[in-house]
Structure formats: structure tokens, C-alpha cells
Design a protein around this ligand. Structure first.
Ligand code: GLC
Length: 737
């Protein structure tokens, strides 16, 4: 087998052509057919790890520090763990093939959802082994374990119900986390064209590939799932610390079309005594849906209005749509078109339609377009808006899909499509970073892997039905292991009318959702909590208040994410990777490593089964410890959500009745559970970037069976006045120097 070195890369050649293998570090290896292909989203820190090569008859062994590879003359690759046990065996590599084979055209014409039937530029297939489970791949619907499903990465505005068999939704994360009996590992396909991941739908194989572009992919070794996620996010990027207020409760609707309607929302919340941290204003704040305009007749003196809301701890978040209305008198349109910063077709400005009617599409992949967009963001920011919500950025198009050859600054739509939302989020983030001293808060609907560097996400237009609620949990868990920690679904559901019982169960789950926003469609019933009956209102109030208590714990989880890339909301296998009972557990999750939550996700359910993994777990609000590796039938009345703390857990809480996150409480409560445990608590001003200059505190907390001690590992910020410890031993106060 012929090979040579090009710098640190092993370059193989055979009748099959050229194939390059690059060990990025001792746990990550890249395979590419074109060494000059540059990643759109990864920032690789190459470490030149040690490895040795051994030539065999028709193969080359590459033996690294933690894994080894056997590469055959046809470039098929076997991937082994450090004990030489198999993780993955490649069974075929095909170029320019239609997958799956067979003609589905007729079925597709009749409107059935058909598998692929696409021409793929390349497809890698691997044998599917007993005990394999597949996770990640972003917000695709379906169960936690994707075994038996095929998903297509092609960002799609999908207003119909997001059932489990839907192939494409708004986002593309061509990254999957695979569990095998010999350890966990990840695969990232570094290709932005339409791609497929087929997790054993047919022939007992698992395959992935893309319709065009370079075959460039990575294997990321574990052996634990946390190792894989951490390694992937170290390259794809991590969310910078969010503003503290963004962890509060948000209310939205398509639309609150006037200042008066926003005032009514605030008054409704105040009257119902439910904390509120932000109101999202949808497309009707603009003049004829022209992005970066504000209709002054409906929103007079927006700056004064936003500052009066801010005094109450309530922020405004404004929606931005990418489509610029074709209107020569509209300066944003004119300046993007005049500067050639929009998509073109055959050399002419490309026009499709979105909310404003005929519209043009900024080429966000062009840094000049991003810069201009950022400058326009300043217009909305100058009105006191604290967050920007990027929508319709698949991009959506009402006059049929954009042709694949539409030209975005010299690059084809086929290549840019899946990146469109990613670049729009980047442009918006950079605009906020430049024109505001506060931490940016950007929300996006469409995106690509790595978008967490710039934005949080929500899962788009779900429905006010039980299946949407059920699905949102595995959806969020799979997004989390794909690198996205700050996320949520429209609480109460977007399309349709949310009944009271569903609203109660949704807020009980929504209270743990990092992005906590109730949002609904113009055609749906008014869904603000204060519009419901007293019982529903009381349940909503209870869980929003509980959420505000949890904010320091959530904030710690974001600090943790910034250090190791792990999500706040975790599938149980992330914490208990060897427990076969949790490999496809769709209705429980961990919040960090200490809390296990089992929400009720179906109607009429007042008792549910809960699986507790290894260890002892304590009901959060009091009660005897329960031994793990067992199932329990637990009562769960309408106003309850089951929460358990791991033995030895320490949970930092704000005092009860906290409601304004701009006013940092003077007291921190540490709730300590029986057992031994340790915990790191992070604190800063929650608003700007002073923490980058050391203005933060880091507390080390130790729990010896309810006896808690606290020490400061880093002191750079004013501390709490009091730390109150609540444990089975009673209440004590800790004062720090
Ligand atoms: C899209 C968004 C939705 C928004 C609506 C109007 O459907 O997904 O959240 O309310 O557009 O802007």
C-alpha cells in the first residue's frame, strides 16, 4: 500500500485515487479526499499526536495512543478502541450513486414521504452491530435513539406537524454520537451540501454521505459519550456565557402588534403574579415586514418604552427575517442590492417571496454582507431591544424552493443553503457584539453545527398537541449532544389551541428548558398563562417561580458548558453510559449531573413509571432516598413534575419569590442532599464581558452528608451577602471572608 507524508498527514494513493488521513490529536482523526478543503465551522487545534504505522498485506495499520485504524487498499477503514476492539467496520464506499436504490418518483408525486432517491456524490457504509445506538444529528424528530431512521440534512421550513418520520427540519448538524459495545465515538461529516444519515433502515448497514462537495469527515474517539461531545465542541465551538436575564421566562406570540398589546401582556403577567423576563415582538412591529424598520404608529417611542420595561426587569426581543422587500425606496434593500450583497441568478438579483412579498436574500456567507447586516442591527438595538430573533432563514421561500444554482457571493445555493441560518446568526451576533456593551442574545431557527458560538435555538413551528410535547424532549436531548446547550421549544405549542392540561404539563417541562418561551401562532388561541383558568394559572406560576430559583444552577451549567462543551439538559446515557436501560429513554432527562427529571408528557397521567439509574436518588422536595437501577411507579398530580437529586448533590438556588433577574439576589441557597458530593459554583455580573478580565467568583463546595463547606477558588466579583445551607440537618448560614 503506497503512502507518504505531507507534513503531518498520511497521504495514501491507489487505483482508487488519493485519500488523506490526519490525526488531529490523540482522539480525533480526519479523513479527506481533498487536503485543501477548508472547514466552514471547525477551528482545529492540531496537536501532532504520536502514532505508529504498520504495513500488512493489503492494509496499513495506524496505531494511535487511544485508538487504531486499519486502512485497506480500497480505502475502507476499520476503527478500533485502544484495546483493539472494533468500533466500526466500513463495508462499502460508493461515488455518484442514487440512494436508496429504486425508484420512488411515483410515490413521491402522490405526496408520500419517500426515502432519498437522491444522487449522492459519495456514501460510506458500515456494518451495523448488535448493541449500536445512534444519537445527535441536531433537531431531527423521532426517538432519542435514531436506530432504524433515515434523516436528511437540508434545512427546511416545515409548518406541518413534525412527526417522527419527517426527514428534514430547520437545522443541519451532520454529527452523530454512536454507542457501541466497545465504547462511544462520534462522526462529523464536514460537508454543508444536502447530506444523509441512514441509521440502519435497510440491509442492516449504517451509512452517511452528501450530494456534492468534498468527502471530508472525522472520527471522534470517546470512550465515554461526554468525551465525544466535549471533543467535538472543542472544535465546533461553545456558547459564550449568556446574559442572566435570558434564563428567565419569555412570552411571545405572532404577534403583539402594538405597544398597547405588549403593555397588556406585562399587565396580565403582573396581575397573575407570574415572573416575566422578556417579551418577543414578532413581524408586525415592522413597517410592511421590512426588516430593521419599526412602525412608529403602533410602537411610538420604542426606546422609552423598552427602558421603562427594563426597569421592571423585562426585555424586548425583536424578530429579524432575512428576506428584504423589493422596494427601491427601502434603504436596506437598496444598499444590499447596490453593493451586490444579495443572491443572484444568471447575474441578476434573485427574487422570491417571504412575508413582505417579493424579496431578495442577503449573501450572509459574504463577510461584507454580514458587516452591513450588523450595522443595521444597530438600528433596532438603539431602540433598546436586548435580543434579536432570526427567523425564516432556511431560507424560507413562498414561491417555491430557491434553485440550487442561485449564486451567493460566488458560491452555490446548494452549498450555502444549510449554512444560511448559521451565517445570519453570526452576522447578528457580531452586530450585537459591536453595537452593544451587553452580552448578545440571538435566537435562530435554521442553522448548522457550531452555531452555538453565536446563537441559541428554538425548534420552530411545533403544535399544541401531546405528541409535540413528547417529541420535544428527545429533540432537545439530541440537539444537546450535537453541541447546542441553549435551546427550547414553543411552550404550549405554536400551531393549534393549547388545552389547559397540556399547558400545565408543558410548563412543568418548560421550567427546565434553557430557553423558556411560550409562543403561539396568529391563528391559535391566546396562549399567555394569565388567560387560563385559576388552577392552570397557579400551576404556571408555581413552575415559573421554581425556574427562577434554579437560575444559579442553570447558569453554572452554562459555565460548565463553556469549559467542557456539555449540555445542560442531558440524556441519561451521558451520565450513565453503561446502563442499557437508558439507551433509548425518551421521557426522563438529567439537568446537569445532579438532577433527574421525569415530566408527565401524556394526558390523564397521574402516576408514571420512573427509572432511576445506579446510586440513590432523593425526591427534590423531600422524602426517603430511593435505590437506583429500579423502576418506580410514582404519583404525579397535575401540578407536580417529578424531580430527584442524586445522593450528595448540592443545588444552588435563588431565594423563593425571586422574579427580577437584573437584580442579583444577595443570598444564595445551597440545597444539600444526604451523601458525599462536591460542586463548583460560578458567579459574575451576568450582563457583560467583565468576567473575561477576571471579574467572577468560583466557589468550591463540599457536602459531607448535609454538612456543607464553601471556599473561594477565585475572587474577582462582589460576593453574596449570605449563603444559606438547607440540608436534612436543618438550616445554617455560611459567611465568607
Ligand atoms: C415562522 C416562525 C414563527 C413566527 C412566524 C411569524 O412561522 O417559526 O415563530 O411566529 O414565522 O413571524
Amino acid at each position: 500500500m503506497k503512502y507518504q507524508f505531507i507534513n503531518d498527514v498520511i497521504a495514501l494513493s491507489s487505483v482508487e485515487g488519493n485519500f488523506y488521513i490526519e490525526l488531529i490529536n490523540s482522539n480525533v482523526v480526519r479523513f479527506t479526499r481533498d487536503l485543501s478543503h477548508a472547514s466552514r465551522v471547525l477551528s482545529l487545534a492540531r496537536e501532532a499526536p504520536r502514532y505508529s504505522l504498520k504495513e500488512g498485506d493489503g492494509f496499513l495499520d495506524i496505531i494511535g495512543e487511544t485508538f487504531s485504524l486499519r486502512v485497506f487498499e480500497n480505502f475502507y477503514v476499520d476503527f478500533m478502541n485502544k484495546d483493539g476492539q472494533n468500533l466500526l467496520t466500513e463495508t462499502s464506499y460508493e461515488e455518484d450513486e442514487c440512494f436508496p436504490r429504486g425508484d420512488n418518483t411515483l410515490a413521491a408525486k402522490e405526496g408520500h414521504i419517500v426515502s432519498g432517491g437522491e444522487d449522492y456524490a459519495f456514501i460510506h457504509s458500515y456494518s451495523l452491530r448488535e448493541g449500536m445506538h445512534f444519537y445527535g444529528l441536531g433537531d431531527h424528530t423521532g426517538p432519542l435513539d435514531r436506530l432504524g431512521y433515515e434523516k436528511i440534512n437540508w434545512n427546511t421550513d416545515y409548518p406541518q406537524a413534525h412527526e417522527d418520520d419527517v426527514k428534514s427540519l430547520y437545522k443541519s448538524f451532520p454529527f452523530c454520537l454512536i454507542s457501541s459495545k466497545n465504547g462511544y465515538f462520534g462522526i462529523y461529516l464536514d460537508n454543508t451540501f444536502k447530506s444523509v444519515f441512514n441509521f440502519g433502515v435497510d440491509e442492516r448497514t449504517f451509512y452517511f454521505g452528501a450530494t456534492a462537495g468534498t468527502d471530508d469527515h472525522y472520527f471522534i474517539y470517546g470512550p465515554s459519550p461526554k468525551d465525544v461531545v466535549s471533543r467535538f465542541t472543542s472544535f465546533a465551538g461553545r456558547l459564550p456565557l449568556p446574559p442572566r436575564w435570558s434564563l428567565g421566562n419569555q412570552q411571545s406570540r405572532w404577534s403583539y402588534p402594538s405597544k398597547k398589546s405588549v403593555e397588556d401582556v406585562v399587565a396580565g403577567y403582573e396581575k397573575a403574579d407570574i415572573p416575566l423576563s422578556a417579551v418577543n415582538i414578532d413581524i408586525d412591529y415592522m413597517v410592511g415586514y421590512r426588516v430593521f424598520t419599526v412602525d412608529e404608529t403602533r410602537f411610538p417611542d420604542l426606546s422609552d418604552f423598552s427602558s421603562s420595561l427594563k426597569k421592571k426587569g423585562i426585555r424586548l426581543i425583536a424578530i429579524l427575517d432575512p428576506g428584504l422587500k423589493v422596494d427601491p425606496d427601502y434603504d436596506v434593500y437598496a444598499s444590499f442590492v447596490d453593493n451586490h450583497l444579495v443572491a443572484k441568478e444568471n447575474g441578476k438579483t434573485y427574487v422570491n417571496a417571504v412575508w413582505p412579498g417579493d424579496s431578495v436574500y442577503p449573501s450572509f456567507n459574504d463577510p461584507k454582507a454580514r458587516e452591513k447586516w450588523g450595522e443595521y442591527c444597530a438600528r433596532v438595538l438603539s431602540k433598546g431591544v436586548s435580543g434579536l430573533w432570526c427567523d425564516m432563514n432556511e431560507p424560507a421561500s413562498f414561491k417555491g424552493p430557491l434553485p440550487l444554482d442561485v449564486d451567493f457571493a460566488g458560491e452555490s445555493h446548494a452549498e450555502i443553503h444549510n449554512l444560511y441560518g448559521y451565517y445570519m446568526a453570526m452576522a447578528t451576533y457580531e452586530g450585537m457584539r459591536k453595537f452593544s456593551s451587553e452580552r448578545p442574545f440571538v435566537i435562530t431557527r435554521a442553522c448548522f453545527a457550531g452555531v452555538e458560538k453565536y446563537s441559541v435555538i428554538w425548534t420552530g413551528d411545533n403544535q399544541s398537541n401531546w405528541s409535540s410535547l413528547q417529541m420535544s424532549l428527545p429533540q432537545m436531548l439530541n440537539l444537546g449532544v450535537s453541541g447546542m446547550p441553549f435551546l427550547g421549544t414553543d411552550i404550549g405549542g405554536f400551531g393549534g389551541d393549547c388545552p389547559a392540561e397540556l399547558m400545565c404539563r408543558w410548563i412543568e417541562f418548560g421550567a427546565f428548558s434553557p430557553f423558556m418561551r411560550n409562543h403561539s401562532c396568529a391563528a391559535a388561541r391566546f396562549q399567555e398563562p394569565y388567560r387560563y383558568d385559576d388552577k392552570t394559572k397557579a400551576i404556571y406560576r408555581k413552575w415559573v417561580y421554581f425556574r427562577y430559583r434554579l437560575v444559579p444552577y442553570l447558569y453554572d451549567l452554562f459555565y460548565e458548558h463553556s469549559q467542557n462543551g456539555l449540555p445542560a439538559l442531558r440524556p441519561l446515557y451521558l451520565e450513565y453510559p453503561d446502563d442499557p436501560s437508558v439507551s433509548n429513554l425518551n421521557d426522563e432527562f438529567m439537568l446537569g449531573e445532579s438532577l433527574l427529571v421525569a415530566p408527565v408528557l401524556s394526558s390523564g397521567t397521574l402516576v408514571r413509571s420512573v427509572y432511576l439509574p445506579k446510586g440513590v436518588f432523593y425526591p427534590f422536595f423531600g422524602g426517603e432516598g430511593k435505590k437506583g437501577e429500579s423502576y418506580y411507579a410514582e404519583k404525579c398530580p397535575l401540578d407536580e413534575c417529578l424531580i430527584y437529586a442524586k445522593a450528595g448533590a448540592i443545588i444552588p438556588l435563588y431565594p423563593s419569590m425571586t422574579k427580577n433577574l437584573d437584580l442579583e439576589p444577595e443570598e444564595l441557597v445551597l440545597k444539600a442532599f444526604p451523601g458525599e458530593g462536591k460542586y463548583l459554583h460560578y458567579q459574575d455580573n451576568g450582563t457583560d464581558f467583565a468576567y473575561e478580565k477576571g471579574e467572577y467568583n468560583l466557589y468550591s463546595i463540599i457536602n459531607h452528608d448535609g454538612v456543607v463547606s464553601v471556599s473561594l477558588l477565585h475572587k474577582g466579583y462582589r460576593g453574596y451577602k449570605r449563603i444559606r445551607v438547607v440540608s436534612p440537618n436543618g438550616e445554617t448560614f455560611i459567611s465568607l471572608p
